[in-house]
Write a protein that binds this ligand. Structure first.
Ligand SMILES: [Zn+2]
Length: 375
């Protein structure tokens, strides 16, 4: 997982994606050089900067509270949550599985916008009280901003496009009334794609009105939403189609292997340069011992290729990258996602039977589509 660790709250690990630092400074700059000086003229630059720092930190704390609420409800529903990664448009809870019932999903998704709404009301009350008490615009300015940004967050997140919270709530409602998760996901992700188109169109329209920066923002968010909606549906399609399917039906049988004692230079010259594969199973005395990928080789400085061996560069077989031929694909898929190299070796009685790569999955799904098994 990319990004760096910020800390941990109630056992949830909080990580920050690097894109977030950029957003932090962009928000800080917009507030202390744009919004605050325009709305509350006559203060010093230091004051604007101080207001900007406080407002930006509290804005990000609000986002964190929103994400944490999803994690707490998910954990209460028995779904293991590893932690939260905050990234460019807010954050995601890193869960190992999806909600099992529409009711669970409704609550897990719905609590986030609810928390944003409560925060908006809270900051609104502080703003109202401090204004009536005649406090300085330093206080009322910051609280007015936090009330409106949390309200905007609540509204945006409740839009009915998957994977936004509102799209998840929307999906859980269709899921409840049709009993069909796949159909519900299809409708909710279509909502997500249309919402993406709409935001892009709105952004283009804004740019024609010379609101370049906010136009660009809308286009970026719309594009992101469109892609996320599409990816969510493809992933669900793959997962539901793979139900009951076993590893041996997906694998490429008896793939070409490489010897663990080869140097990386020999591996590149004899295999990667002359074959179309991006990875090879590694064997020792005709027993499978690991997988080597082209990316792993590329991470090693070129001058070390002549003495580094395949064995000390590969992912070893005992690192969760093996499966049995009769193993359920739902479990194998999880291993592929966890391993970081997105491949598993299929092994029976200590001998290599096959390999499963992302390509094998894509080909299998395409064949199912061609035959008409998957719509
Ligand atoms: Zn949310």
């Amino acid at each position: 997982m990319q990004g760096f660790r910020l800390g941990s709250i109630s056992g949830f690990e909080i990580r920050v994606d690097l894109s977030w630092l950029l957003i932090f400074f962009l928000v800080l700059w917009t507030l202390s050089a744009g919004i605050f000086p325009t709305n509350y003229p006559g203060l010093t630059n230091t004051t604007y900067f101080g207001m900007g720092i406080v407002a930006t930190l509290l804005f990000f704390a609000s986002l964190l509270a929103h994400e944490l609420s999803h994690s707490f409800v998910a954990r209460a529903k028995g779904i293991p949550v590893e932690g939260i990664t905050l990234f460019i448009f807010g954050g995601v809870s890193r869960t190992r599985m999806d909600a099992e019932t529409p009711g669970d999903e409704f609550q897990i998704a719905g609590v986030g916008p609810l928390v944003s709404l409560i925060l908006a009301a809270l900051f609104g009350v502080i703003w109202y009280v401090s204004r009536n008490a005649g406090l300085s615009v330093v206080v009322t300015g910051v609280t007015a901003y936090l009330a409106s940004i949390n309200l905007a967050l609540a509204i945006f997140n409740m839009l009915p496009g998957f994977p936004l919270d509102g799209g998840r709530v929307f999906r859980s409602i269709i899921w409840k009334y049709t009993g069909n998760l796949k159909k519900a996901t299809q409708i909710a992700t279509t909502g997500g794609k249309w919402l993406g188109y709409l935001l892009i169109a709105l952004g283009v329209w804004q740019m024609f009105g010379y609101a370049i920066l906010s136009g660009l923002w809308l286009i970026l968010i719309g594009w992101f939403l469109y892609n996320a909606a599409e990816a969510s549906y493809e992933e669900l399609l793959l997962r539901t189609s793979l139900q009951g399917v076993r590893a041996q039906e997906i694998m490429t049988p008896y793939p070409e292997t490489v010897n663990a004692d080869l140097t990386l230079q020999e591996l590149v010259d004899k295999y990667f340069l002359s074959r179309r594969y991006h990875s090879f199973p590694v064997t020792q005395d005709s027993h499978p011992v690991g997988i080597i990928t082209l990316n792993q080789v590329k991470d090693i400085p070129r001058e070390e290729w002549i003495y580094r061996t395949v064995r000390d560069t590969m992912t070893a077989a005992n690192n969760g990258v093996t499966a049995r031929p009769e193993e359920q694909m739902s479990k194998v898929l999880q291993k592929m996602q966890d391993s970081g190299i997105r491949r598993v070796l299929v092994i029976q009685n200590g001998l290599l039977r096959g390999i499963i790569t992302a390509n094998d999955l894509a080909n299998w799904l395409q064949r199912q589509k061609d035959i008409g098994q998957v719509v």
